[in-house]
Every structure is written in C-alpha cells, then in structure tokens.
Design a binder for this molecule. Sequence first.
Ligand SMILES: Cc1cc2nc3c(=O)[nH]c(=O)nc-3n(C[C@H](O)[C@H](O)[C@H](O)COP(=O)(O)OP(=O)(O)OC[C@H]3O[C@@H](n4cnc5c(N)ncnc54)[C@H](O)[C@@H]3O)c2cc1C
Length: 377
Amino acid sequence: MVSPSIWEKESFYAPADIVIAGSGFVGLWCAYYLRRAEPGRSVMIVDRGVIPTGASTRNAGFACFGSLTELIADSRQMGEGRMLELVEMRYRGLKRIRKTFSGKEIGYKSYGGFELIAGSDPMDMNAVRSSIDWLNRQLKKITKEQKTFRLQDDKIAGFGFAGISHLIENRTEGQLHPGKLCLALLRLVQSMGVTVLSNTEVLRYERTPDKLLLHTNHAFTLSANKLLICTNAFARQLLPQLDVEPARGQVLVTSPIAKLPFKGTFHYDQGFYYFRDLGDRVLLGGARNKAPEAEHTDEMVVTGQIQAELERMLRDVILPGRDYAIEHRWSGIMGMGKEKQPILQQVEEGIYCAVRMSGMGVALAPVMGERAAAMME
Ligand SMILES: Cc1cc2nc3c(=O)[nH]c(=O)nc-3n(C[C@H](O)[C@H](O)[C@H](O)COP(=O)(O)OP(=O)(O)OC[C@H]3O[C@@H](n4cnc5c(N)ncnc54)[C@H](O)[C@@H]3O)c2cc1C
C-alpha cells in the first residue's frame, strides 16, 4: 500500500469535523445540509466505489411518493398517520430536488405517473373509486391537489397495454435521470467545500479520547469528530445491530421503439414492477417478489429468472405485438427492513446513521439530509 505524504495528510486526508460514509443521494444531501447549516465546518464524504455504487445511480428514476395500492397497503400495515408522514417526507423531498436543480440539469420530466390494475385483480370499480376518494382526501393537505389520483381507464387502449382493467393517474409524479442528479449533487457539494474521496471504504471506526479514527482500505486512516453512516443496504458492515437487509432490484432497457405510445412512470402490482419511457425506449424493473430469497442479497448481478420474468411482463402486458431487443441490464441494491420508515439516529456518541431508504430514496434523501444536519447540531 502506498503511504501518504505529509502534504496529502494535511489536505485530502486532513482531520474533518464530520466524515460521511457513502456518497449516494442520502450522503450527498447530508453533506449539502451540514455545510449549509455551518459553512465553517469541514465535511468529508467517502465512498468505496469509484462512483457511488449502491442504489442511487442504478435505480429507475421515478420522482414518486407512492402509488394508490401501495399507499393503501402501507396504511393498513403501518397505520394512516405513519403512511402520511412518509408521503409528506417524500413529497417535500421531491420539491427540494426541483428547487435545487433545473429540469435540464437532472433530466426532470413532468409526464405524470400511472398505476396499472390487472384485469385479474379482484379490485372492482367501486372499490377503486372509493379508495381513490379516500386517499385524495388524506393527501390534500400534502399535495394541495383536489385530486392527486384520478381514474383514467380511457387511456389504456391508447397506451397499448394488454390485460389491464384500470389505470390510475397521478399528475404530480415525474421522472428524472438519477446519474445526472447524483453528479449534479456531487458538483454542488464540492463547490460548497466538501472533500470527496472515492474508492475509499470505511472498514471500521475506533474511538480515541479526543477523536474518531476511521480505518480504510488504504494505508491512511481518517480522523473526525463525528461519523455519519449513509451506506444504506450495506449499513450492517459498520452497524451490525441495525434492522437493514439488502434487497436487489433488477432492471432492463429495450432498444428504441418506433412510436412508443406512452410517456410517464408506471407502477404495477403494488410497486413490485415499475416501468417508464426513456425517450423512445422502455425501462422496466422489479419482479423481486418472484424470488424473494434469491434477491435478498447485495450481490450486484442480474439473474436469468428475474430477467425472464421482466421480459415476459414486457411481451404480455407492456409492449404486446411490438418488436424490440433488450439492450441494457443491471441491478442495484436497496436497503429494506421490517418497517418502511428510514433509520435516522445517533447510534452512540459521535456516530450517527441515515439508512434504510427502501424503494423510494430519491424522494426521501433531501429530507434525510435536512434532518440529519439538525440532529447533529
Ligand atoms: C433497481 C432499483 C430501482 C429503484 N428505483 C427507484 C425509483 O425509481 N425512485 C426512487 O425514489 N427510488 C428508487 N430506488 C431506491 C433508491 O435508489 C434508493 O432508496 C436510494 O438511492 C438510496 O440512497 P442511499 O444514498 O441511501 O444509498 P446508496 O445509493 O446505496 O448509497 C450507499 C453508498 O454507500 C457506499 N458504501 C457502502 N459501504 C461503504 C463503506 N463501508 N465505506 C464507504 N462507502 C460505502 C456504496 O458504495 C454506495 O455508494 C431504486 C433502487 C433500485 C436498486
């Protein structure tokens, strides 16, 4: 291993007030709010990947806060109050993203989002209508919209989907380019004076009487007054006591399709499947529920079983009768737990964490950053 020079020790590796482990969306928004709250303090962010390599640059780019059936299921499971609290955080996060970056910078498109209800789904028309009315009343305070969700069954034929009985629209949903958002955030925090080190893994931390020592995969050790762990799905490496489990999400992207009949973000089967237009291509991800054991992993590969299921979904439901090829496939790792609420806490003196973003961390991350900065004051 290359030992650091005195110059490097006094600049790149200089002691910091706060070191953040993980430069995904959460780590980056935390760095942003920490510097904004106190521009004089030194903040360093380190990531073990050459670029952030977890979920933030590998997701589907939905700027969403939950589909109708997903929110109803959440309300049943966690209670109405906690479901609305999560929606409020996500909605506020999305607004923050749009206030901070121009649409062009992050590829933001306000095409709206839709949920597809399969013909085989037992939900009947009356049940769908009363669920929409109920949720719209609950969400009015958050979105300020009379009708956040609307039944739009007349659009099904135009979109060309097969086997779908209902389509529910949410015009406040959008889509963005996760890679561009990550890069824009990285540039923003660097312009604010945050030191960013890539290819640097925090292997463990050690407390000395006056500081924290962070042992890395290199010959240098970093030192800080406080450590903020934003490693999401990988959090148990440093904090084995946390309820955070890895969940792999697999994605594919088609070749360009002439006259693709839809634009927007689409949810299916309580969010287990999701697809969107990517210009004239289709990005489709999900199907984790078809192999929950196998997908409970942090191994960043794609598998034949899930990819075949995604291809079936494309062929039978999304693009029936169309010609296309699959041109890209990848996976990313989400951080899940028994609850959907993220974990934001002080773990012990000087050690904090903001992890477990489940499947909607794009929206949650800005609020996590804001709250983490307030917690660390
Ligand atoms: C396929 C897929 C599709 C998704 N689609 C959407 C979507 O459309 N909309 C949405 O809102 N959300 C989506 N998500 C979820 C969203 O991407 C995540 O919730 C969010 O990116 C989590 O951000 P994060 O910063 O907490 O974690 P991550 O982005 O995973 O960042 C954690 C970082 O920690 C680093 N790291 C790990 N261990 C260490 C260590 N010891 N030392 C230093 N660095 C370390 C990793 O390299 C990584 O860069 C999707 C996720 C996946 C996988």
